[in-house]
Design a protein around this ligand. Structure first.
Ligand code: HEM
Ligand SMILES: CC(C)=CCC/C(C)=C/CC/C(C)=C/COP(=O)(O)OP(=O)(O)O
Length: 297
């Protein structure tokens, strides 16, 4: 369906919004923690700055491409209809030029001042989110976000490879944590926005399998997340601050997921989604504290 777009002048805020700044900030926190956990001492300033810049720029480029590819469906949903490209304030060409500038500068920064492995893995994250998830999976299967979640989960590994130049099992555990966290994060929001997704004909789980089924899977993935979060402690990667902190955060997530399934009120799904963001943010801060203040039993 063709939607007529009203031509309005774009402001810098439109370009900022297209980068999904809050999402990218949380991705960068997970990358920073990956860097810190890989270092026994201070992180080299060049690796720290160029690494965060490059990962941030390529993630932002992926987010801008998402705005271009999804412009048609964005016009159909209350949450997204006012986005810069959907609304026509930024043209497809302008957005793509912006994405290419971000992508190329980010890749060059990683290649020149960090290392090639990190540049290639970060680029793979961009292709995973902008190419595989946005262009194909999102419209193809209700498991879209489970598979696509891998792209958003990769930053802790990127932080680690930025510092060490190699892949290690420890950051892969952090990737596994974010990967397991993504379904309850997104499906809680999708339950709240189920009618929007149905209207835009996007096969998100609550649309294809119903809200009750999705709530069950939010709960099951939250249980899985609680188990996966124990792994850093069990393999000796993290100590007591992490064990206590992550257990408390996971108890909170279980409370919301259980309430969503068995005692839901109208706002429970949105509250669960909001909690998921606090959960991941604090979890990574706790990992950082634990790294610098190791307390063993
Ligand atoms: C395939 C994986 C993911 C999907 C489908 C997804 C989906 C979403 C959606 C639809 C929103 C709402 C955005 C809005 O209100 O405009 C959102 C918000 C958010 N997501 Fe995710 N997400 C995913 C992965 C991640 C990851 C890996 C992170 C960070 C590590 C993350 C962090 C956030 C944050 C911080 C917000 C709040 C944004 C804001 O308030 O502006 N998400 N997510
Ligand atoms: C290089 C690298 C690590 C790239 C990862 C990039 C990235 C920005 C991941 C975020 C995941 C996310 C917000 C998905 C929502 O997309 P959606 O299209 O389902 O949500 P929307 O409807 O809000 O656009």
């Amino acid at each position: 369906m063709n939607t007529t777009k009203i031509i309005q002048k774009a402001s810098w805020r439109d370009y900022y919004e297209m980068t999904k700044p809050n999402v990218v900030l949380l991705l960068l926190l997970t990358a920073l923690v990956g860097m810190c956990l890989a270092s026994e001492t201070w992180i080299d300033a060049q690796v720290l700055l160029a690494g965060l810049f490059g990962i941030g720029a390529l993630s932002s480029a992926a987010a801008v491409v998402n705005h271009v590819v999804d412009q048609e469906i964005d016009t159909k949903m209350a949450r997204t209809f006012n986005r810069p490209v959907a609304k026509g304030r930024v043209t497809t060409t302008q957005a793509l030029v912006f994405a290419v500038i971000l992508g190329v500068t980010g890749f060059i920064a990683l290649e020149l001042w960090v290392n090639r492995l990190t540049a290639i893995l970060t680029f793979a994250g961009l292709v995973g989110y902008a190419g595989i998830y946005t262009m194909f999976l999102k419209r193809a299967t209700p498991q879209n976000i489970v598979i696509g979640g891998l792209a958003g989960a990769i930053p802790p590994l990127l932080g680690w490879t930025a510092v060490t130049g190699e892949i290690h099992a420890f950051p892969l555990l952090l990737v596994l944590i974010v990967f397991t966290w993504t379904p309850p994060h997104f499906w809680a929001l999708a339950i709240h926005r189920e009618k929007d997704y149905a209207k835009a004909k996007i096969p998100m789980l609550p649309v294809t399998h119903g809200v009750e089924y999705t709530k069950t899977f939010v709960l099951l993935y939250t249980v899985l997340l609680c188990l996966v979060c124990l792994l850093p402690y069990l393999v000796g990667m993290a100590d007591m601050i992490y064990l206590v902190g992550s257990s408390a955060l996971n108890a909170g997530f279980m409370y919301y997921a259980y309430k969503l399934k068995y005692h839901a009120e109208p706002e429970t799904a949105m509250a669960t989604f909001k909690y998921s963001i606090i959960h991941l943010m604090v979890l990574f801060v706790v990992l950082l504290l634990d790294h610098y203040i190791p307390i063993s039993l």
